[in-house]
Design a protein around this ligand. Structure first.
Ligand SMILES: *Cc1c(COP(=O)(O)O)cnc(C)c1O
Length: 376
């Protein structure tokens, strides 16, 4: 039986060490903000090169904390991609601000810098947005590939907008040698179990090189606290990472760099196996970019027929994501229609993610591609 993601393979490898670390937490009983949390933040910062890593309760809370720190609220617009998981856009609406969707580059599925520039240049000509103030941009590193930050950072700076990199899928990736966490003003990630760095529950982090901003995030994470627990300077959240999850992640960090290497090797192997297979578009990684390969995602016509036939052949695959945000019921009041963001819509109809995890056996990979060949 081929697994889409087999979390057991990793657990067996790391079990003894992780159990020892969890036992350590049970022994000292500091379940909230215990020493493992600070130790993990230090380890993550060393790994990704960010000056500050602030862990939190989920990837969604990480996004929310950054938007709160920027004071995003009603009357504000935040530009983002519709081709993502709901969390990216949900946090904008949750704060009373308005998501404005910008189409993706069809080769990388990440926010298209040209489309961003066009949207910003004609922003107030659109009746829907004439009373809104553009405040920031949230590109998403879909499938683990960092977006085109060389250009996106520049456009955001020219328009006085903040940048927030949704790196929920890309922790471990890089652009020009800068790791996710050290590419834009602030990045967030998720430790949901199926992400490249997953814990045994929910978890997330904010990464930034801006010290003052990091202090605000630390305060917001604990009810907007000031110098002590019962000094409340601002309205915040309870968004801390559990000590237990920090212990799990410390165990996983021991092998994480190696796992990113393994994911890159598996992606290269898929590339080679799929080479010359008519009708299949392989993932594109631009020069200087390194993906964390949360997913290996191909693109093909008749996607649904292929997926059904693969399933019958015992090969699991997943569609991330079948409906772009601008066509979701939850965002119906934004006034978008089918056809408004054509690249995102056709990507949503044609993408298919194949089994991917660091310990995916070569024989499974060969079987996946053999089945795909047969189906096509
Ligand atoms: C998983 C994910 C999130 C949310 O992370 P959680 O930890 O599940 O809250 C946000 N954005 C993207 C792109 C994701 O894939």
């Amino acid at each position: 039986m081929i697994q889409f993601i087999d979390l057991k393979a990793q657990r067996e490898r790391l079990e003894a060490d992780i159990l020892r670390r969890i036992q350590g937490v049970l022994d000292h009983c500091q379940f909230i903000m215990g020493p493992e949390v600070a130790e993990l933040e230090q380890r993550l910062a060393e790994y990704c090169g960010a000056d500050h890593v602030i862990t939190c309760a989920s990837g969604t809370d990480a996004l929310l904390l950054v938007l709160m720190a920027h004071g995003v609220g009603p009357g504000d617009a935040v530009l983002t991609t519709p081709f993502t998981f709901i969390a990216t856009a949900e946090v904008i609406s949750l704060l009373g601000a308005t998501p404005v969707y910008v189409d993706v580059d069809p080769a990388t599925y990440t926010l298209d810098p040209d489309a961003l520039r066009r949207t910003l240049e004609s922003f107030h000509q659109d009746a829907r947005w004439k009373d809104l103030t553009p405040r920031g941009v949230i590109p998403v590193d879909l499938y683990g590939l960092p977006a085109d930050y060389r250009r996106l950072n520049k456009i955001a700076a020219e328009h006085g907008l903040f940048m927030l990199e949704d790196g929920a899928q890309s922790f471990g990736g890089s652009v020009d040698g800068h790791m996710v966490g050290d590419i834009t003003h602030a990045a967030t990630t998720s430790f949901f179990p199926a992400k490249p760095l997953g814990c045994y529950g929910d978890g997330g982090a904010v990464m930034t090189n801006d010290g003052e901003f990091a202090d605000v995030i630390r305060s917001l994470r604990v009810h907007g606290k000031g110098s002590h627990k019962y000094d409340n300077m601002r309205i915040g959240l309870n968004a801390r990472l559990d000590t237990m999850q920090a212990a799990v992640l410390l165990g996983k960090m021991v092998v994480f760099a190696e796992e990113i290497e393994l994911r890159n090797r598996i992606a290269a192997r898929y590339d080679a196996l799929l080479d010359g297979l008519d009708g299949v578009i392989r993932p594109h990684v631009p020069e200087g970019h390194r993906s964390a390969w949360a997913q290996y995602t191909i693109r093909l016509g008749e996607r649904d027929r292929v997926q059904t036939a693969l399933k019958a052949a015992g090969v699991p695959s997943v569609v991330y994501y079948p409906t772009p945000m601008h066509l979701q019921t939850a965002f119906a009041d934004l006034g978008y229609r089918k056809g408004d963001l054509p690249e995102s819509e056709s990507a949503a109809a044609e993408v298919l993610s194949l089994p991917m995890y660091p310990y995916l056996p070569e024989s499974d990979q060969e079987a996946v591609v053999r089945a795909l060949r047969d189906v096509l």
